[in-house]
Design a protein around this ligand. Structure first.
Ligand code: NDP
Length: 453
């Protein structure tokens, strides 16, 4: 007989065909929630689970723009306003060629639970476009952002929906989007986070996801009497999250060994120190080059191009104590997970959203290594976005130390609630259950209190 999880997930698949990442995200959460529903039949009666997997609103729109050759280009824009039970919709915008509705819905769904864990009043949403910023000029990116915002502006606002960055959307894109929003609405308000410091941004927002990921790893290691000091650390990606995760690992005395991008990865056995990290930051944030250039600058390092169709990603076969996946979804499969465990990796903290496939997650949980899922481990980014919203509302700016200290204490409290909830539901040490259940309870109780809406 089909289990309750299978039956529920089959219903979600039937209603949302061809959204495979969304199915994956729902299945993982629903598996964790069955013991909660058994204990609290009132959630079943109120169909909380059926309601929570249905976005409150999905907006899809045409984004036409003119490239540098004078040719018209057409992309698709979208915003999924998933759940506003505990606050205005909040979540990033992703610009990447692979973007489709299933990806944005998986990200928006995860965001609902993640935002609940941060202790701040933020609902969940996500958006983006299949626009690929790679190889585009600044002016092309600007024209695209202006066209994108020319539709999005009517759906968002400081008290309704507050987007931020994600893959392909950093400070440059947030600037162009904010400028167009302001022009169209004549409102200078906290409608986007990740803004520049001179115009309403918060200190530590660029650093927040990576720093938070490492704070979370440090909290997990502490439960086993360990710390990052002296540990070998493997990081994937070389964008915003990866860069600041590396910075914090270096500060805490760990050795960063790797970076990657969609073309390949580098391994530097001598360790990537602050000077080498500064090179990577300039390469990626200013010159917008490829990670292969690291090996040209530091010939002792090894570069391996990504091979299409490979069964595993050899980045995860580099011997390490701690792994910080910080690139994209499903970048660690079962073989990669087994390689990490075999080589002695004792702690995985996810900076990316859903970087591990379900089979990879099973390998981590069965081997009892410390495994912090993205919902919990990468919540630092949205947490500081929440702090940026508070500062905008108060028309005040907090110091670097103040924001970092708040971020640190939020990550500690997320770690604590995940640990305690996992234990309360009979699965001590299982941060997946802890994060899913703790996030769900806050949102579900708020939905119950607000009636059938
Ligand atoms: P960036 O665009 O700054 O960097 C993304 C990095 O991942 C780049 O190195 C990119 O390489 C690589 N990458 C992207 N897609 C792929 C792919 N399909 N295969 C291999 N590598 C890929 O994004 P962020 O650092 O902001 O985001 C990284 C992850 O962290 C994402 O999963 C995001 O959802 C998550 N996250 C981000 C937050 C934030 O505050 N920014 C908050 C919470 C989670 P290339 O340049 O070649 O594409």
């Amino acid at each position: 007989m089909a289990s309750a999880v299978d039956t529920f997930v089959a219903g979600v698949i039937a209603r949302n065909p061809a959204e495979k990442e969304f199915h994956q995200a729902v299945e993982e959460v629903v598996e964790s929630l069955m013991p909660v529903l058994d204990k609290h039949p009132e959630y079943r009666r109120a169909k909380v689970l059926d309601r929570i997997v249905e976005p409150e609103r999905v907006i899809m729109f045409r984004v036409p723009w003119v490239d540098d050759q004078g040719d018209v280009q057409v992309n698709r824009g979208m915003r999924v306003e998933f759940n506003s039970a505990i606050g205005p919709y909040k979540g990033g915008l992703r610009f990447h060629a692979s973007v489709n509705l299933g990806i944005i819905k998986f990200l928006g769904f995860e965001q609902v639970f993640k935002n609940a864990l941060t202790t701040l009043p933020m609902g969940g949403g996500k958006g983006g476009s299949d626009f690929d910023p790679k190889g585009k000029s600044d002016m092309e990116v600007m024209r695209f952002c202006q066209s994108f915002m020319s539709e999005l502006f009517r759906h968002i606002g400081a008290d309704t929906d507050v987007p931020a960055g994600d893959i392909g959307v950093g400070g440059r894109e947030i600037g162009y989007l904010f400028g167009q929003y302001k022009k169209l609405t004549r409102k200078f308000e906290g409608v986007l986070t990740g803004k520049g410091l001179n115009w309403g941004g918060s200190l530590i927002r660029p650093e927040a996801t990576g720093y938070g990921e490492v704070y979370f790893a440090e909290e997990m290691l502490k439960t086993r009497g360990e710390s990052l000091k002296g540990k070998r650390v493997v990081i994937s990606g070389s964008g915003n999250v990866a860069q600041y995760a590396a910075e914090k690992v270096i500060q805490l005395g760990g050795t960063v060994l790797t970076f990657s991008d969609s073309s390949g990865y580098i391994v530097d056995e001598e360790g990537i120190d602050s000077k080498k990290l500064a090179f990577v930051m300039d390469l990626k944030n200013n010159r917008r080059g490829r990670i292969s250039e690291y090996q040209k600058k530091y010939p002792n390092a090894n570069y391996q191009p990504t091979s299409a169709g490979a069964k595993s990603n050899l980045l995860w076969d580099v011997k390490c104590d701690v792994a910080l996946p910080s690139a994209t979804q499903n970048e660690i499969n079962e073989i990669d997970a087994a390689n990490l465990v075999k080589n002695g990796c004792a702690c995985v903290a996810e900076g990316a959203n859903m970087p591990s496939t379900p089979d990879a997650v099973s390998v981590f949980l069965e081997s009892k290594i410390l495994y912090g899922p993205g919902k919990a481990a990468n919540a630092g980014g949205v947490a500081v976005s929440g702090l940026e919203m508070s500062q905008n509302s108060m028309r005040l700016a907090w110091s670097r130390e103040e924001v970092d200290q708040k971020l640190h204490s939020i990550m500690k409290s997320i770690h604590k609630v995940c640990m305690e909830t996992a234990e309360a539901y009979g699965t001590p040490g299982n941060y997946v259950n802890g994060a899913n259940i703790a996030g769900f309870l806050k949102v579900a109780d708020s939905m119950m209190a607000q009636g059938v809406v």
